[in-house]
Design a protein around this ligand. Structure first.
Ligand code: DHB
Length: 368
């Protein structure tokens, strides 16, 4: 028999270092997708090559180069942090290789190469909802705390613009270093100023450290409402935050508690395979694999990068997170954004969704 042709997917992730939880979640989801759907698509064998970039842009770029030149991958995927996606975008363009961003969430990433397609989210997309919720729920004065890089700067601006447009005011803002963050000095300022709310963005995994310092400063009892994007109350860590986190309101595109048959099946299979709850990184990885499989079906297994990206444009499907689509013009994801409250469900803390903004595009690009 003829040897079956192989399509290789280079999955580059932080598997070690401070953002290893992102890598673990996405790797587990991608492997689960292949296990469930089969390692053959459109007559081709699918091979996943997972590489650890430790969360360092120079390493991501070197690995991407090796995957392209030595392994001849047809797809580059992963990208756990914004600087890692930026580092590889020029290589995707030069080599005409589809680059599937499964995690990184700065709005401008998709503008760095016409070969980038995103299955994660953008910070402005998930932030405007919490600003709207705040304005409707009596928040007039808010302070903001964000990680000092792309997604944090996006979140800070989206929150401020939206709250201000609704008649509210941002009375203090701070950007905290991404690595080794110390929130205490600014939390003291918040405690003294007593705004109606503190809005926070920190990337996946860092929320525990933030919540610990929030409680140490007594802010949980100060009357300052904690509001955030769901990155802060990520499913990987939310249960370990303890009851002090109860009642926190966030907006995001995925909760492991999302009530749909697709999500119940996904959570059950993922938890069985990985021994932890899936978080929003896992769902970005799962949908990224779906995008790759469905694009290959449309091209009948052809691996021309331009044809694959064309096949991805406008695609829509039902994800564990709800209905999603790829905007044909921006190659960015359009999805529901849910307002959630941390509650106890069967003895564990979850982000429980209670209202929905439907089919939200990245508002930055929608405004261009
Ligand atoms: C990014 C990383 C995260 O872990 C997250 O939750 C949001 C954004 C980023 O680097 O783009």
């Amino acid at each position: 028999a003829l040897a079956q042709e192989t399509v290789k997917i280079g999955l580059i992730l932080p598997m070690t270092g401070p953002f290893a939880s992102t890598g673990r979640q996405i790797e587990a989801a991608a492997k689960l997708y292949i296990a469930e759907k089969g390692a053959t698509v459109a007559g081709k064998k699918v091979e996943l090559i997972v590489k650890d970039d430790t969360g360092t842009p120079d390493v991501t770029r070197r690995i991407a180069q090796e995957l392209l030149v030595n392994d001849k991958v047809s797809f580059l995927a992963g990208f756990g942090l914004t600087p890692l996606a930026f580092a590889v975008a020029p290589l995707a363009t030069q080599s005409k290789t589809p680059m599937i961003v499964m995690a990184a969430a700065t709005s401008s990433i998709t503008e760095q190469s016409p070969f980038i397609v995103r299955t994660s989210f953008t910070l402005p997309q998930v932030t405007i909802g919490i600003a709207d919720w705040a304005a409707k729920n009596g928040v007039k004065k808010a302070m903001t705390l964000v990680s000092d890089y792309g997604p944090g700067i996006d979140a800070e601006k989206a929150f401020k613009d939206r709250l201000t447009a609704a008649g509210g005011e941002v009375t203090g803002e701070v950007r905290i270093p991404l690595r080794n963050p110390d929130f205490a000095p600014f939390l003291q300022r918040v405690s003294d100023a007593k705004p109606d709310a503190l809005f926070v963005f920190v990337p996946s995994g860092v929320g525990s450290q933030f919540m610990k310092q929030f409680v140490e400063r007594g802010l949980d009892k100060s009357g300052v409402r904690l509001i955030a994007t769901g990155d802060v109350t990520d499913d990987d860590i939310v249960d370990s935050m303890g009851d002090v986190a109860l009642g926190t309101i966030t907006t995001h595109h995925y909760s492991a508690n999302h009530n749909s048959p697709e999500n119940k099946a996904f959570v059950a299979a993922f938890t069985k395979a990985a021994n932890v709850r899936p978080n929003f990184m896992a769902v970005g990885g799962w949908d990224g694999m779906h995008l790759i499989y469905e694009a290959l079906k449309k091209t009948n297994g052809a691996t021309d990068g331009t044809a694959l990206v064309e096949a991805m444009k406008g695609m829509s499907w039902t994800s564990p997170r709800g209905p999603i689509s790829i905007d044909a013009k921006t190659r960015d994801i359009v999805q529901n954004v849910y307002v959630r409250k941390i509650e106890k469900v069967d003895g564990q803390l979850y982000n429980v969704e209670f209202s929905t903004f439907e089919a939200v595009p990245d508002p930055v690009k929608a405004g261009k």
